[in-house]
Design a protein around this ligand. Sequence first.
Ligand SMILES: [Zn+2]
Length: 324
Amino acid sequence: MSLTASFVLNNETVLCRYIGEGWLPIQVAMPLTFINNDGAHQTYQLGCVPLLVSNETAKATKTIEIDQLDESAPISATYAVTVCYANSQHIVFPTPTVEVSADAVSGSSTDEPIALGSVALVAYRQLIPHLPINLACQLSQAIQLLRWQADTRFCSRCGEPVTVASRGERAMVCTNCRLRQYPRVQPCVITAITRPNPLTGEMQILLAHHHRYGRQTPPLQYGLIAGFVEVGESLEHAVMREVGEEVGIKVTDIDYVSSQPWPFPSNLMLGFRACYAGGDIVLQEDELSHADFFDISNLPKIPFKGSIAYHLIEQIAHEQGIIL
Ligand SMILES: [Zn+2]
């Protein structure tokens, strides 16, 4: 019997096994007959989504015989299913044996030690710093598509129920007027603004403490300036507008660096760098509680490794010969 590998998810949590250094997403064997029951065309069902697979890993996962499927191997899965779907299709998957709180730090929890081989549904946020980038992207895609399916139940034009499009297309189709609804990505710009320290010349980076980080025990977490792109706006304009709105300064030399899909809720983070061009910091107080330029050699607590904010800050630090 031909099998494929699938992740199992429940909302923003992923079924994982504890392997000592941390949690690794489990890939369960799923008979291809489930998903190809419509003459190989029905590849898209409620609670079951095909994932993008990178070229290097595609060969490894295309068809997997049951005795070759090593659930702990960090290979790319070709599908993701919800716990609900897995149960309804009688897909065999390990039952969670422990609960992992959403704010626990993977691998360094001071709570009860976790037994090797334990199985749990672990929050995606908690996994990101420890996952290879292609695996993190696959899970990000899985979360967004499964949630989009669950949230797209009725036609936005006529209000009738929708159904999954045939032939594997990622769309929900109205049963009445045939309107097609596609998953939506929300572009969001995030910017690392630099300037030389006016007194010492050391490179500085603008960081802000957001109210949305919530009440924290010190040290306070800082991040970069970020916000959604508005309709009719270029990315560069969005950078200038967000920076102006949040901290009141002007920037120049806006350069794109890289991007990251971010499934909270369905963002595409577009990372930029910019140079300070003038003005005093004036906080948008309903969003920020503090913002300032920090010397690269003396940064406050910054976002975790694996986030695009960390990547942008790390790049600037690296150019200055500093290892974060
Ligand atoms: Zn309709």
